[in-house]
Design a binder for this molecule. Structure first.
Ligand code: TYD
Ligand code: MG
Length: 453
């Protein structure tokens, strides 16, 4: 019996080496090399080869710009993240933790897509009956939608060739396998090969492909990092386990900006869009409670209000504990140090916990001031006015720095009923302030604390 040839792959970057190594020479990651049967030799026959079209280089002038055709998925929030709708012939990878709602989202967009296009929904995880039951529960009629419960890549490609759908949905890439390859489904080589085949399908036949991908413990897409290089768009579906809000974020988009987010809420009728996330994220905000401050962050071109909370308590035995949820941990610790040194609050003997409500991850410096205010408010046990928001970046000397798009942020703050806003003095001079909103202009965090707490 011929010995099966094995190769060593890096699970991070997909790099191949002939022998095992402790450190991947390509990406430098430790302990990521695994042994797996080698991908079979020779170029695979794929759907692009079947289509018979002879592909050759073409002059730029001959290529029609109208090639990039977009269509709406029926979910405005998803369209926004995709950059204004899905592009025909693109491959979109949707990653997320188990149970976050990836399959639900895919099935729900089918409902609209199948009104104007033929859709093939391939599931390697659920049976056709299971999908049908879910569709019934979600109230999806789905005329023109075909379901196919299959895991073999060849059969899937065969079905696509026979049916010629406009849109193909594959749930999930880790369950699909190529029978030619000897490695097991979900392995690095398999995931890579299957994605390549689907990519050729998308480019060769103009089929728009949505692929669901699992994520690993670290939160990145399982399988080699190269997956993200192959596909056109990488979307991350995120959310807190106990919160019903789900946030769709683009990590890569060849056809649009990557800083847009889409907000959804999971209910008993599936996912519903949240067109007004600020209102949703602020619902249930406690009144007259110390340790909470509202800020406004820009998610793409959209301002979104977020509630930053902090709890400061004396440390036991001189060992202070710090944790942060939804706010960059290192930045939170840095801001606490600034507050101690420049604001004069003795936080070093305190534990503190930081949380951003609603599963939102805030990684914009404009939220710094709100965290400073929330920490100081909890430390002094004094609440800040309910109708006050704070926007501003804080530097290491405790100075307030200007933020971009301040006008837009203030309009959103006012729209949600706030009447006061702490802003950096710099950059807020020539601003047109929305009616009914008064600005408290400050130059450093001491002034902020003096004004409020
Ligand atoms: P699912 O789409 O199967 O998640 P994924 O494909 O990302 O693993 O969603 C499963 C979760 O969503 C499940 O825990 C129940 C919840 N859910 C609802 O709350 N309401 C619904 O209408 C549906 C369909 C699912
Ligand atoms: Mg699923």
């Amino acid at each position: 019996m011929p010995k099966t040839k094995t190769m060593f792959y890096c699970t991070q970057c997909g790099n191949e080496t002939p022998k095992w190594l402790g450190k991947c020479p390509a990406c430098g990651a430790w302990n990521t090399i695994v042994e797996q049967p080698a991908a079979s030799e020779g170029r695979k026959k794929t759907i692009a080869d079947h289509s018979g079209a002879i592909r050759r280089p073409r002059p730029l002038q001959e290529i029609e710009a109208a090639d990039e055709l977009r269509f709406h998925t029926g979910m405005a929030e998803l369209d926004r993240v995709l950059g204004g709708g899905a592009v025909k012939g693109s491959l979109v990878l949707v990653g997320g933790a188990p149970g976050i709602g990836k399959s639900t989202l895919m099935l729900q967009i089918c409902d609209n897509l199948c009104r104007f296009a033929s859709v093939l929904y391939v599931s390697g995880e659920e049976s056709e009956r299971q999908i049908k039951l879910r569709a019934q529960r979600l109230g999806i009629k789905g005329e023109g939608l075909s379901l196919y419960s299959e895991t073999s890549l060849e059969d899937i490609l065969g079905a696509v060739e026979a049916q010629r759908p406009d849109i193909l949905i594959v749930d999930s890439i880790q369950t699909i396998y190529n029978t030619d390859s000897t490695s097991s489904p979900g392995s690095v080589a398999q995931v890579k090969e299957c994605t390549m085949a689907l990519m050729q399908l998308a480019k060769g036949m103009g089929v728009t492909v949505f692929v669901v991908g699992h994520i690993n413990k670290e939160g990145s897409l399982a399988g080699p990092k190269v997956l993200e290089h192959i596909v056109d768009c990488v979307l991350h579906f995120e959310g807190e386990e106990h919160s019903s809000y789900r946030i769709l974020r683009a990590a890569k988009n060849r056809f649009g900006a990557t800083n847009e987010i889409g907000v959804f809420e999971m209910g008993d009728r599936g996912l519903s869009e949240v067109p007004n996330p600020s209102e949703a994220l602020l619902s249930g905000r406690p009144k007259d409670t110390p340790g909470s401050c509202v800020t406004c962050v820009m998610e793409g071109v959209r301002p979104v209000l977020a509630e930053v909370q902090a709890l400061v308590t004396p440390s036991a035995y001189g060992n202070s504990r710090r944790s942060s949820n939804g706010f960059d941990y290192n930045r939170a610790v840095m801001l606490a140090a600034v507050l101690e040194k420049r604001g004069g609050l003795a936080l070093s003997t305190c534990d503190f916990y930081v949380n951003v409500i609603g599963g939102l991850t805030v990684n914009e410096p404009a939220a710094d001031l709100a965290l400073i205010v929330a920490l100081a408010s909890s430390f002094r046990d004094k609440s800040v006015p309910y109708d006050l928001a704070a926007v501003g970046e804080v530097g290491l000397t405790g100075e307030l720095r200007a933020v971009h798009a301040l006008g837009q942020r203030l309009s959103e703050v006012r729209r949600l009923g706030f009447t006061k806003c702490l802003v950096p003095a710099r950059g807020s001079g020539k601003l047109v302030v929305p009616e009914g909103l008064s600005l408290i202009r400050i130059t450093n965090i001491r002034e902020a604390i003096a004004a409020l707490i």
